[in-house]
Design a protein around this ligand. Structure first.
Ligand code: SAH
Length: 355
């Protein structure tokens, strides 16, 4: 039975699904989910992420976290964590780049969190030269300083969508018509959680909510506020989301999110305002939202590219130049992708951010 057949049977029995339930099934169904069954990255896959574009990305993230560790007094024991590490490339590049930061490798307990057993196996291969381990959830992160990165993780978390009707909200749900999945709407309800969105929306505007994001940010921020550390969050999105940002990507092309459940990557833009407010409520300070292009330039990506370029010629040199452009240029990932830093109230910000 395909995942689509299973979802249709479920809807026939129990009624339409929230978009979040639909996304969870599509992405993480134990045997048929998108992340559970494949390696989606790279030219042969469905999409390519910053760490897969160039080693420079992971190197600069690693050095930023190590600088923050130095700025906060070089604690002897810390967690170096990544949520949603994909192939493990970012962490490998971060670890290689920080090898010569005195005392850093002796201090770190490298902890990975990933829902996909298939990707965990890939991470084990990529990171075979470095001690590391997995925990199931951010709640299992040790009670000690936490230095964490999440690249393109929050966009993969399931969202719910609501359409404004007067002072209420109709939820967009996934139902069935004939043998096809279709979107439908519930009757409008008043929702406390969306009260603040009555200020900046009008009838027929669509807003998105990511229910899993806040508990994750709360847990991370409490660790950082209590024990020290920093979190770097990199993703596409903006300060406040408005409108339908759900997208399905398969084979580097955008496709209908309801057409082939489990076969396409489903993501939504990240609402960074929600992450920042949640972090503040849990005791952290946050940076301003900073574009990826500006962040990487400030961290010195251009001089890193120049030094890598010295040993290269021909197509390898072209590839490096194009990777630098892809990561930083405003027309490529430079402006669409944003970075947010979280850190303790009395500490200095990690480098690279707008404050
Ligand atoms: N950071 C990587 C991968 C991004 S793809 C990169 O930049 O290349 C999203 C990653 O998050 C995948 O590794 C996926 O398995 C993981 N993931 C998705 N939903 C998750 C969840 N709910 N909990 C933990 N990991 C999740």
């Amino acid at each position: 039975m395909t995942l689509k057949d299973q979802i249709i049977a479920r809807i026939r029995q129990c009624g339409p699904l929230s978009l979040a339930d639909y996304m969870t099934d599509c992405l993480l169904h134990p045997t048929l989910g998108y992340y559970t069954t494949r390696d989606p990255f790279g030219v042969a896959g469905d999409f390519i992420t910053a760490p897969e574009i160039s080693q420079m990305f992971g190197e600069l993230i690693g050095l930023t976290l190590a600088q923050s560790w130095l700025d906060q007094g070089s604690s002897a024991q810390i967690t170096l964590a990544e949520i949603g590490p994909g192939r493990g490339t970012l962490m490998r590049d971060a670890l290689r780049a920080t090898r010569n930061v005195a005392g850093f490798h002796a201090a770190i307990d490298v902890v990975l969190i990933d829902a996909s057993p298939k990707l965990r196996a890939l991470q084990a291969g990529t990171l075979e030269d470095y001690p590391h381990r997995w925990v199931d959830s951010v709640a299992d992160l040790p009670d000690q300083p936490l230095y964490l990165v999440a690249n393109e993780f929050f966009d993969a978390l399931p969202i719910r969508q609501y359409l404004r009707v007067g002072s209420g909200w109709s939820e967009r749900r996934v139902g069935v018509q004939g043998n096809a999945l279709t979107f439908g709407l519930t009757a409008p309800n008043n929702l406390d959680a969306l009260a603040h969105r009555l200020e900046d929306t009008i009838d027929d505007d669509l807003v998105e909510v990511c229910p899993e994001a806040s508990p994750i940010i709360t847990t991370i921020s409490q660790r950082i506020a209590t024990y020290g550390g920093a979190a770097l969050i990199v993703d596409y999105g903006d300060w406040r989301s408005l409108g339908d940002t759900l997208q399905a990507v398969r084979g580097h092309k955008s496709t209908d999110p309801l057409a082939d459940p489990g076969q396409a990557d489903l993501t939504a833009h990240v609402d960074f305002e929600l992450l920042a407010n949640t972090a503040r409520a849990a005791g952290c300070t946050h940076t301003k939202l900073t574009t990826q292009g500006v962040f990487l330039e400030r961290l010195g990506i251009t001089s890193r590219a120049q030094s890598l370029a010295k040993g290269l010629a021909g197509t390898d040199l072209d590839a490096l130049i194009s990777a630098h452009r892809r990561l930083t240029h405003p027309a490529e990932m430079g402006n669409l992708f944003k970075t947010l830093g979280l850190y303790p109230r009395n500490a200095t910000s990690p480098p690279g951010f707008d404050l």
